[in-house]
Structure formats: structure tokens, C-alpha cells
Ligand binder design. Sequence first.
Ligand code: AMP
Length: 120
Amino acid sequence: MAYDPNNIFAKILRGEVPSKKVHEDEHTLAFHDINPLTPSHILVIPKGPYVSFDDFSEKASDAEIAAFTRAIGKVARDHGLAGDGYRILANIGENAHQEVPHLHVHIFGGKRLGRMLPKE
Ligand code: AMP
């Protein structure tokens, strides 16, 4: 899928749409999800134009990949989630119901979470 520069996270990155930022570095931004599903629900995104994890892992620089990975762990620690535990999740593509076509990892925490996936 080609990257759409008008997706909502691209607008957040350009400062056209506000966000509740919790972390920013040269390559990564993290902010609260607008519709939180758990007491802590934070999204971590690379600043580069990547739609999916497969896209990111193929095209991003080592510095971008390192920054993204470190930001996820730092946000979890900074929000006190490392002790009791948390979940990271990335929806990629149609089968996973990805709504925003800019790679993002959800960090869920602050309560006991259900099992990995609901049974269908
Ligand atoms: P996904 O289904 O993994 O693509 O999830 C997209 C997520 O982005 C959802 O959890 C939305 O609540 C969240 N979201 C959409 N628009 C915004 C926004 N403007 N600020 C923060 N989170 C948003």
C-alpha cells in the first residue's frame, strides 16, 4: 500500500492536528490514543512515512528502528507499566483491521488484560 500523507497521524506529525504527546525524539512520537481502551493506551509511531511493520523493517534505517524500539520500552517504563505488565500490539492491513495507514504500536496497560485474542 502506498503511503497516504493525509492520514491522521501524518497530520499529527505536521502539527496540523493536536495530540497529547508523551514522548518525542528525532525519529519517533508517542501520544495518548484518542479513544482509550485501557487506563493507559498510548500509540508509538515512527516519524517516517511507513504504513506497516513489514514496510518499516525493510526500509527504515537502523537508527529509526532502534529509536522506535527504545521509545516503546521507555513509554512503558515512564507510565509505570513495566511492573504489572502491559501489551504491545500493531494492527497491520485489512485482516487486522488497521484503521490508520501509518505504522503504530498500541501500548495497553493499567488493568488486567484479557487473553491475547478473543475466540471467534
Ligand atoms: P488501528 O485500528 O490499529 O489502526 O488503530 C487506530 C487507533 O488510532 C485507534 O485506537 C484510534 O482511537 C486512534 N486514533 C485515531 N485518531 C486519533 C487521533 N487524532 N489521536 C489519537 N489517536 C487517534
